[in-house]
Design a protein around this ligand. Structure first.
Ligand code: ADP
Length: 292
């Protein structure tokens, strides 16, 4: 019902999907995909939700490796792609559709049509949450994805009139307080390093331009616990994302240490939330999932 409304305007309808969470970063290599994967797996396994994971990082799709999925997706009778499921999460990635070592050298419109196919042309079934691993940065592709995935303002007012959304204001300053239906929202991942935080700020501003609420910021690689002396080293600086979050009035959703196991687990295709569910890091991801 609600998601059907989303199809009327410029918003991209993904039938059966209740909420969409975009995991974004201003800069590449800060751990956005690692966070998206562990978050999705924690939401499915710890919070018992029906979860999908859409790898929209079309230029460098890493979800197939991190989630250990492979092979071309099968199609349903009405020619929708069947997502590959692992660890209780339904996944779709451009990495499944192109040859492994093929360079992805596309222009913006091709990226958009590919994304649209991945989102709409997939038989997601009923999902509580679709986690979208966004391409890094704040360029055209990111803006367009954000705009296309969200509901149009017109549809938001329809929802508001039905009491689904709290609604105030009008025109550009329209403010929506989400009550029972969260729509598209974003989470920003950053390391505590100044240069990454600068880009994280850009990301936050991009989402506010297209009226996508940012639910918070996650600090990744916040500190390194030395296995030899058990002392923390703040390799990328200390507390930067928490400070930037409070400057931008974003909720601080948690910090994840830089840890060998997080990296090796992702490389092996078994996220740490699955391989060592009782580890401190797995618990950090679960804490974030519960806040979401
Ligand atoms: P992005 O999606 O932002 O480009 P990735 O999630 O691909 O970043 O992470 C980049 C690299 O850093 C990967 O090799 C990943 O395994 C590693 N990595 C990410 N987060 C952590 C962490 N908390 N501890 C250790 N390694 C990490």
């Amino acid at each position: 019902g609600l998601s059907a409304l989303a199809g009327n305007g410029k918003g991209l309808q993904i039938s059966g999907v209740k909420d969409i969470i975009a995991v974004a970063s201003g800069k590449g290599g800060v751990g956005k995909s690692t966070t998206a994967v562990n978050l999705a797996v924690a939401l499915a396994n710890r919070c018992q939700l029906a979860v999908g994971l859409l790898d929209a990082d079309v230029y460098g799709p890493s979800i197939p490796t991190m989630m250990k999925i492979h092979g071309k997706p099968e199609a349903t009778e009405d020619l929708k792609m069947i997502p590959k499921e692992n660890y209780g999460v339904k996944c779709m990635s451009m990495g499944l559709l192109v040859e492994k070592d093929a360079p992805i050298v596309w222009r913006g419109p091709m990226v958009m049509s590919a994304l649209e196919k991945m989102a709409k042309g997939v038989d997601w079934g009923k999902l509580d949450i679709l986690v979208v691993d966004m391409p890094p940065g704040t360029g055209d592709a990111q803006l367009t994805i954000s705009q296309r995935l969200q509901l149009s303002v017109k549809n938001l007012s329809v929802l508001a009139s039905r009491g689904v959304l709290g609604y105030s204001g009008g025109g550009d300053s329209t403010v929506f307080t989400v009550m029972s239906f969260k729509l598209l929202c974003a989470i920003i991942v950053s390391t505590p390093q100044d240069i990454a935080l600068l880009d994280a700020r850009r990301g936050a501003h991009m989402f506010s331009k297209v009226n996508v609420p940012v639910i918070g910021i996650i600090e990744n690689m916040s500190c390194f616990m030395c296995p030899h002396c058990s002392q923390p080293s703040f390799i990328f600086g200390e507390g930067g994302a928490r400070r930037t979050g409070s400057e931008l009035s974003l909720e601080f959703l948690g910090d994840i240490p830089i840890e060998m196991d997080i990296r090796t687990c992702c490389d092996d295709g078994v996220p740490i939330v699955i391989s060592s569910p009782d580890s401190t890091s797995a618990r950090r991801y679960t804490d974030v999932a519960q806040k979401v």
